[in-house]
Write a protein that binds this ligand. Structure first.
Ligand code: DAK
Length: 257
């Protein structure tokens, strides 16, 4: 693979966007390779958490603008479709994902980070959706995911102005979960991932499904899905282990069964 690098550090799977001289701008090849890289982590049962980050000074400065002149109506549609389907796929995998935002997360780069479950950013990072300045608008799911994450007013402000905001401001409005100095970013993100890796995977998968699907359902349908999911978790070995461990005053060892 040319545009990404993958590294397995069991139980963590790292994916590095790897076009540092282009600030990890996302092209069609990266979309294809990201799908392959994520799949590799999804089907490896030793990998419990996936971290996506960027090589060099950016997480990603967005879609590769240098290719835009080649796009026509049809190829733009196909590019948008493949990018959006990748983001949907990332959002809906059963394993937890963390975007480790090491620098610029702009346009499609921020849309990728928003498709992850958790965002941990370096203090130096800048985030934004500057597409409006190019005469376009976010096309990898940003118009829909940003409003769900931070609410309509701030989402419109970011998309209509195209302004970049600091990691601290992003934390204040709920766009990132945590901000740390760049020097601690990798270790803090690893620690967060290791904490998630100890949790029961079936509960994680169900929480993700209930939150991601439930948000667009009438509340009664979401609540019924939640009740039904209880039937699933109560049929798992991990539920027996979790309850026994509590009663026996020991740490639970979950197996994903
Ligand atoms: N694409 C291509 N190349 C990029 C790039 C990008 N998004 N961002 C940076 N680069 C390149 C620069 O051109 C430069 O290349 P050389 O000049 O060295 O050849 C190199 O990366 C280093 O960048 P700079 O020299 O500009 O670095 P600075 O530190 O001075 O500035 C910056 C960093 C992030 C402020 C600046 O590079 C910048 O403003 N970049 C553009 C950010 C941006 O506008 N991002 C949004 C992209 S639009 C679609 C679906 C989705 C999308 C599009 C279509 N379909 C519906 C079809 C998504 C759109 C976007 O994401």
């Amino acid at each position: 693979m040319e545009t990404i690098v993958i590294k397995k550090e069991t139980p963590i799977g790292w994916i590095y966007l790897n076009r540092p001289d282009r600030l990890n701008a996302i092209n069609q090849q990266m979309i294809k390779e990201l799908r392959q890289g994520i799949d590799e982590m999804v089907y490896d049962s030793d990998i419990k958490v996936i971290i996506i980050t960027g090589n060099g000074k950016a997480f990603s400065a967005g879609a590769d603008i240098s290719r835009f002149k080649e796009l026509n109506g049809y190829t733009a549609w196909q590019f948008a479709k493949s990018g959006r389907e990748l983001m949907d796929y990332i959002e809906n995998i059963s394993k937890p994902t963390i975007a480790m935002v090491n620098g610029y997360a702009l346009g499609g780069g921020l849309e990728l980070a928003m498709a992850c479950d958790i965002r941990i950013a370096a203090e130096e990072a800048q985030l934004g959706l500057p597409e409006i300045n190019l005469g376009i608008y976010p096309g990898f799911g940003g118009t829909q995911r940003l409003v769900r994450l931070i609410g309509k007013g701030k989402a419109l402000e970011l998309m209509l102005t195209g302004d970049r905001i600091s990691a601290k401001e992003a934390e204040k409005i709920g766009l990132v979960n945590k901000v740390v100095p760049l020097s601690n970013l990798e270790q803090e993100t690893r620690n967060f991932a290791l904490k998630l890796a100890e949790k029961p995977p079936i509960s994680i998968a169900l929480i993700k499904l209930l939150v991601n699907q439930g948000i667009d359902l009438p509340i009664l349908a979401g609540l019924n899905m939640e009740s039904l999911g209880w039937g699933v978790v109560f049929s798992t070995e991990d539920e027996k282990e979790g309850v026994s461990a509590f009663l026996e005053k020991r740490k639970a060892q979950f197996k994903g069964k």
